[in-house]
Design a protein around this ligand. Structure first.
Ligand SMILES: Cc1cc2nc3c(=O)[nH]c(=O)nc-3n(C[C@H](O)[C@H](O)[C@H](O)COP(=O)(O)O)c2cc1C
Ligand code: SF4
Ligand code: FES
Length: 542
């Protein structure tokens, strides 16, 4: 394909869309599908057919629209109306109201802060394109960035643009993408690999799988641009078996991209080759750690190894390997299209761009959101999230999953950026954001995450294998009201040991939820000591 072909596809799709007086988008991402959106899609199509409206009305399946709390979600694009909680029985009524007054009982206001406060870069196509149709992606300027780099930019210029953008890896650690790409590019003319980390095992996280099920070509395009920039010709996407929909749509997208020469041999008629394969992981959290992930792709047991050497120097089969997260790659096409400076103008001085979050827990509007870096936690929880349901109060927001921490109400005005969250004893992580209400015991939250780490520990090093179990037992003892002050001291000492002596990030960060709850909710620990009440929850614990 060349530019004329891309333009031709774009114009054809846009013309087809313009011919339809009514366009209805039905979310077929995982959340809405599990609530029955496939039945709603069929019922709407049947209703259109019944009325002989096929020529005027398009009913299209799209990726996550965002308000996953209200699935199945249906948007009448041409009327600027969003319906939530739609059932198949509602389809006739929706079709009858096309172009007129919306069906009020199902309508969710589009001027709600849930939508108005968001800024979509990574999610720009989610909810508007059909994830299984490459033409839809092209019509939304898809593969235009790949065309741009292959036609007009040297690999060094692409990396320069990435460095200028200030994009930091979205997988958790926030390492600058431009720097990592430079290291791989400098590894010389050896066999190199590009790997997309789609393991996403944190409890409460569903960002990466949503991007993959809603806009898979965007990730493939980002990977292809990265491969061109660093000099790789082979790529892997490591995605866990628990995400069958992501795998299915990725497989389809790879086939479509190969058939249109966006992947494979001699991409877009150039001499650049890039072949992508999917590797399905068996669901071990530790396999998201980059060295364990590499071992798993190589067919070995997925356990971490010491770093250095980092994968950029010695990765898959000893070769220089670029590993980035799904969201990191998903940012790349937009950065290339709009320029690094454009991206760097969004966000804060140290954290550029936007961040996708999976908003979950005790919150009215749970769902997939994207905000500019620097937005405060309060704005996310109360404006976008709509606050705490059920007449309860906010107690904490947990960011960063099992490696993160719990941030209390007095720090709700902290901006969401890498450094400010770290200063509060948490981390940005990959984007899981779980809101916790005042009926929750924070000691139990710490115990829950420690149990997760204990279960997911690969057992390779003693501090993590034994330490997570001991810390978990101590937390359970505290909750049973059988602990005293010495047990808290021991908990802290063990936490220090895990941080300093564990081999990989899992063990090193496993104590974070304990330390952050001890820092901000110490009174809840103290209330359990010396035979105190076993079930201390919420306001009673203060
Ligand atoms: C226990 C553990 C689990 C991890 N899981 C993931 C994951 O699911 N997805 C991910 O992108 N990074 C994960 N990481 C971070 C990766 O090791 C690596 O830093 C990341 O994939 C690099 O991509 P980025 O620079 O784009 O963030 C994990 C790290 C640890 C220690
Ligand atoms: S820290 Fe834990 S998960 Fe990491 S290598 Fe050691 S035992 Fe395995
Ligand atoms: S899954 Fe349908 S709105 Fe998110």
């Amino acid at each position: 394909m060349i530019l004329e072909d891309l333009t031709e596809v774009r114009e054809r799709v846009q013309e087809q869309l313009a011919q339809r007086k009514h366009r209805i988008h039905v979310c077929v991402a995982a959340g809405c599908l599990s609530a029955g959106s496939d039945e709603v899609l069929q019922a709407l199509r049947d209703s259109v057919k019944k009325r002989g409206m096929e020529e005027q009305c398009l009913v299209k399946s799209v990726g996550c629209i965002g308000p996953c709390f209200g699935g199945p979600a249906v948007a009448v694009e041409t009327d600027r109306v969003l319906y939530c909680g739609v059932k198949r029985e509602d389809s006739d009524e929706i079709i009858e109201h096309l172009g007129g007054e919306p069906v009020q009982r199902l309508a969710f206001p589009l001027d709600d802060p849930f939508f108005e406060r968001q800024q979509k870069v990574v999610l720009e196509n989610c909810g508007s394109i059909n994830p299984e149709d490459i033409d839809d992606y092209i019509a939304a300027k898809g593969y235009h960035a790949l065309f741009k780099v292959l036609s007009f930019m040297t690999p060094a210029e692409v990396i320069e643009e990435m460095a200028k953008s200030g994009l930091r890896g979205r997988g958790g650690a926030g390492y600058p993408a431009g720097l990592k790409w430079t290291t791989v590019a400098k590894a010389g003319r050896q066999q190199k690999y590009v790997v997309c980390n789609a393991d996403e095992g944190d409890p409460g996280a569903f960002m990466d799988r949503s991007v993959l099920t809603s806009d898979p070509h965007r990730v493939l395009e980002g990977m292809a641009i990265a491969a061109y920039a660093v000099g790789a010709n082979k790529g892997y996407i490591y995605v866990r078996a628990e995400f069958p929909l992501s795998i299915q749509r990725l497989r389809k997208a790879i086939k479509q991209a190969e058939a249109t020469t966006f992947l494979g041999h001699q991409i877009m008629g150039t001499t650049f080759d890039f072949h992508v394969e999917i590797r399905v992981g068996a669901g071990a959290f530790v396999c998201g750690e980059e060295t364990a992930l590499i071992a798993s792709i190589e067919g070995k047991r997925g356990t971490p190894r010491p770093r250095p050497p980092y994968p950029a120097e010695s990765g898959l089969w000893g070769h220089s390997t670029l590993i980035n997260n799904v969201e990191t790659f998903a940012n790349v096409p937009t950065i290339v299209r709009n320029g690094g400076d454009w991206f760097a103008a969004i966000g804060t001085e140290r954290s550029k761009g936007t961040k996708v979050f999976a908003l979950a827990g005790h919150i009215r509007h749970s769902g997939l959101i994207e905000v500019p870096m620097g937005m405060t936690l309060r704005e996310i929880v109360y404006d976008i999230g709509g606050g705490i349901p059920g007449g309860r109060e906010f107690k904490a927001v947990q960011t960063g999953g099992p490696s993160g921490g719990c941030i209390p109400a007095e720090h709700l005005d902290a901006p969401v950026e890498y450094e400010s969250l770290a200063a509060l004893g948490s981390i940005m992580g990959s984007g899981g954001m779980v809101v916790i209400n005042d009926a929750t015991s924070m000691v139990d939250v710490a115990r829950y995450f420690m149990e997760f780490c204990m279960t997911e520990s690969c057992g390779k090093c003693v501090p993590c294998r034994v330490g997570t179990a001991q810390m978990h037992d101590l937390l359970a003892k505290i909750l049973r009201g059988e602990a005293n002050g010495d047990d808290i001291k021991l908990l802290e000492e063990l936490g220090d040991l895990l941080r300093n002596a564990s081999l990989c990030g899992l063990g090193q960060s496993a104590p974070n939820p304990v330390f952050s709850t001890l820092r901000f909710f110490r009174h809840e620990y103290d209330a359990h000591l010396n035979g105190a009440a076993k079930e201390i929850r919420g306001r009673d614990a203060k």
